[in-house]
Design a protein. Structure first.
Length: 194
C-alpha cells in the first residue's frame, strides 16, 4: 500500500470509529468526553455535580429545544416581515391584538422591575408562541394565501406545536411518541407555509 492510500485508509477508519462512538454515546446515553469544545467556568464547576442520567436527558432534549428556538424565532421574523411589508410604521400598535400588546407590556415591565438585562428592544420578542398564532389569525388578510394555504390548517398546526412546546420549554422529557409527533407537526408547518 502506498503512502497516499495508507493516509486515506487511516482517515476513513477514523471517521468510521467516530461514527461508531457517536452511536454508542446515543445508544447508552453517555458522554465519552470526545468533544473538544471549551466549557465555561459554570459548566466545569456545576454541571458535573448533576446526576449523569439527568445530564444525558438534558443532552437529548437540547436538540428539541434548538429546533423550537429556531421555529419560534423564525415565526416572529415572518410576522415582522409581513407587517413591515405593509409599510405601516406603527404596525405593533395598529395590527397586533390588544390582549397580546397588553401581555407583552406586562412582561416588559416585569423584566424591568427584576433588574435583568432586557431580552429585546422589540415588543414582539415578549410574545408567547400561542400569541404568535393569534397575531396571524387577527391579520389573516395579510397572511392567508400569501404565507399560509388555509387558516384552519395553520390553527391546527400552531396548536399542535404549542402543545409539544410545553414540555420542551418546561424541562420535561418528550416521550418517544411525542418526538414523532413533533417531527410530523414540523413537516405540517413547512407544508402549510409553502
Amino acid at each position: 500500500m502506498n503512502r497516499a492510500s495508507a493516509i486515506k485508509s487511516f482517515a476513513m477508519t477514523n471517521m468510521l470509529l467516530e461514527a461508531d462512538l457517536d452511536q454508542i454515546e446515543r445508544q447508552y446515553n453517555i458522554d465519552l468526553g470526545r468533544r473538544t469544545e471549551e466549557a465555561s467556568h459554570i459548566e466545569d464547576t456545576y454541571y458535573p455535580q448533576f446526576d449523569a442520567a439527568l445530564r444525558g436527558e438534558a443532552r437529548g432534549m437540547s436538540k428539541h429545544y434548538e429546533l423550537f428556538y429556531c421555529l419560534e424565532k423564525s415565526i416572529r421574523q415572518l410576522i415582522v416581515d409581513v407587517f413591515e411589508g405593509t409599510e405601516d410604521q406603527d404596525w405593533w400598535e395598529n395590527l397586533v391584538p390588544d390582549v397580546v400588546k397588553a401581555n407583552a407590556k406586562k412582561s416588559i415591565k416585569r423584566e424591568k422591575e427584576a433588574a435583568v438585562t432586557p431580552r429585546s428592544k422589540e415588543p414582539i420578542d415578549y410574545t408567547t408562541f400561542g400569541e404568535l398564532g393569534e397575531i396571524i389569525k387577527a391579520n389573516w388578510g395579510l397572511f392567508g394565501g400569501v404565507v399560509f394555504n388555509d387558516q384552519k390548517a395553520m390553527e391546527k398546526v400552531m396548536s399542535a406545536l404549542n402543545s409539544l412546546r410545553n414540555p420542551i420549554a418546561h424541562c420535561s422529557p418528550l416521550a418517544e411518541d411525542e418526538v414523532l409527533r413533533l417531527e410530523l407537526a414540523l413537516r405540517d408547518w413547512f407544508r402549510i407555509t409553502s
